[in-house]
Design a protein around this ligand. Structure first.
Ligand code: SF4
Length: 89
């Protein structure tokens, strides 16, 4: 069985996934673990994920989901080893 795979190209739209009309932006700033998990899942499919994460780090975001990571009031977020490598690249 063949599968159609979408490969980003220079003409691929780079619209943030969180701005789609079917996505509730409140998910990204919710206190609900389920909402946060859903927001992170949306980020994982966003073409701007890495740029978004890097921007959030640079701005010192302290609340909400950005780039697939939850930022907390203490200005830190849980970084996996994989995430550290991605941000450093
Ligand atoms: S990675 Fe950033 S721009 Fe993309 S859906 Fe998540 S919060 Fe929105």
């Amino acid at each position: 069985m063949s599968e159609i795979i979408s490969v980003p190209t220079a003409s691929t739209p780079t619209v943030p996934a969180c701005t789609r009309p079917d996505v509730d932006p409140e998910l990204f700033f919710s206190d609900s673990k389920a909402d946060i998990a859903f927001a992170k899942a949306i980020c994982r499919r966003c073409p701007l994920q890495m740029a978004c994460l890097q921007g959030a780090i640079a701005r010192g975001e302290h609340y909400g989901v950005f780039g697939g990571r939850l930022f907390t009031p203490n200005g830190k977020f849980a970084r996996s080893a994989r995430a550290r490598k991605q941000v450093a690249a």
